[in-house]
Ligand binder design. Structure first.
Ligand SMILES: Cc1cc2nc3c(=O)[nH]c(=O)nc-3n(C[C@H](O)[C@H](O)[C@H](O)COP(=O)(O)O)c2cc1C
Length: 430
């Protein structure tokens, strides 16, 4: 048993326990009973020790316990979900979610960049009604907040991509589905109740890529998003540290007796003839984009651009849009934040195609800053994964609600009631 009353008695002084503490205890107990949440360690939580604090986590366990929300409704910002996610996920799975590369320099740079920019408010503008609608690649969207592609979502919650898709449906956000998801595109489109964009890792075997793209197109995806920033692996040190701390027997869920059993849980690879994920594509050049365009009528978006030079090449090779991204700091240790690379990409593109961005977005003001620097839309990754891990679909919904409410508030405060009102004069650099 993961949870015992003796620990409660000694760790948290039952005599002085408040009703709120009791509710939190019951919540932790509930989480501990779930098979997915075997990483939860109530002994550690309740003891409030800090000796095994996780890399990159600044709060002590006592603080963590004090701040752990017990329902999505209690969350004040998206970081409340991070605290729960970290406690409920098995360490190896949380490590996969949290990791950057090397010493997580790019991860930190992404967040630090938001503080280099400040907002410039215009007063006496009628901002009583906030309008976040936009048109993107022929689609009418109600929000510029887009759900980024993330693989293996059942590692975070048993309902995985279906919970995310249902949240996207109930809150009406564009969803980009990874090709390494644990749920097929057909099922996700069904749960979303509408189209999704399909993200493709190039894969070293062209015929595998071709089959996946044709399947996505047949399923109704109007856009394929080609991720170009992960062609030579990445050094995920933080993830490896979490895996080492995970005392569970991974082979109980992951078949380690066969090479590439990973493919068994990735339905988009089924019937493609794939014998490996084929992520390593270091010889890929811009010709790949032309090749992709030749086999599909879907629009092609390039994800992972950070320089003006590549932005120009993408336009020349027929990209329909770009996503400025460093994979949330988990591709390379460049130490260069996407918010800081956004201005040169926007200048290079010169309005010819839409520019989206991701990596590090956690608050409405972060999103506003990117829109002010010329982004058309902003994708979120870890923020919604924290919500998913913590509470499933309602967690993702609340993350979307928080970010949407924060964005609406800052738009009103800045005197920019529509997205078109947000521009270079809305922002300055310290
Ligand atoms: C756990 C995890 C898995 C991811 N899987 C994919 C993927 O399958 N395809 C992809 O293009 N990007 C993937 N990404 C990157 C996201 O699409 C996005 O670029 C990134 O999460 C944005 O940064 P943020 O997490 O700081 O918001 C993944 C990110 C995370 C955190």
């Amino acid at each position: 048993m993961l949870y015992d009353d003796q620990t409660i008695m000694t760790g948290a002084k039952v005599g002085t326990m408040t009703k709120r503490n009791l509710a939190r205890r019951q919540f932790i107990q509930f989480l501990a009973a779930s098979p997915l949440f075997v990483g939860l360690n109530p002994h550690r939580l309740l003891a409030g020790t800090t000796s095994d604090a996780d890399p990159g986590v600044s709060t002590s366990l006592a603080d963590t316990l004090q701040n752990l929300v017990t329902s999505p409704e209690d969350a004040l910002d998206v970081f409340d979900f991070q605290r729960v996610a970290e406690q409920v996920l098995p360490p190896a799975h949380y490590g996969y979610l949290a990791t950057g590369t090397d010493g997580d320099e790019t991860l930190h740079a992404n967040r630090a960049a938001f503080e280099k920019w400040y907002l410039r408010a215009l007063r006496m503008v009628d901002s009583a009604s906030i309008d976040t609608r936009l048109e993107l690649l022929g689609q009418e969207l109600t929000s510029p907040i887009v759900i980024a592609p993330v693989g293996s979502q059942r590692a975070f919650h048993p309902e995985g991509e279906l919970a995310t898709a249902q949240a996207a449906r109930s809150r009406d956000h564009l969803l980009i589905l990874s090709n390494v998801t644990t749920t097929s595109i057909e099922d996700v489109i069904d749960a979303r109740g509408g189209t999704v964009w399909f993200q493709l890792y190039p894969t070293s075997n062209w015929s595998v890529a071709e089959k996946m793209v044709k399947r996505a197109e047949k399923a109704g995806a109007p856009v394929v998003v080609l991720t170009v920033d992960l062609h030579s692996g990445s050094n995920r040190v933080t993830m490896m540290r979490y895996i080492r701390r995970d005392g569970r027997d991974c082979s109980l869920c992951h078949d380690q007796t066969r090479d590439n059993s990973w493919l068994d849980r990735k339905p988009m690879y089924w019937d493609t003839g794939a014998t490996s994920a084929g992520f390593d594509t270091p010889s890929m050049t811009w010709d790949f984009v032309g090749r992709l365009k030749s086999i599909t009528n879907m629009k092609v978006v390039i994800k992972g651009i950070v320089t003006a030079q590549d932005a120009e090449s993408a336009v020349q090779h027929g990209a329909d849009a770009l996503i400025v991204s460093n994979h949330g700091g988990r591709a390379e240790a460049s130490g260069w934040a996407t918010l800081d690379s956004l201005p040169e990409v926007v200048r290079a593109v010169n309005g010819e195609i839409p520019v989206m961005i991701d990596s590090g977005f956690r608050r409405g003001t972060d999103i506003f800053k990117a829109l002010a620097l010329g982004a058309n839309a902003v994708c979120i990754g870890r923020a919604y994964l924290w919500g998913l891990a913590a509470f499933g679909q309602p967690g993702v919904e609340k993350v979307l609600d928080i970010l949407s409410a924060e964005l609406a508030m800052v738009m009103s405060q800045m005197g920019t009631p529509t997205l078109k009102d947000i521009g270079p004069s809305s922002i300055g650099r310290h």
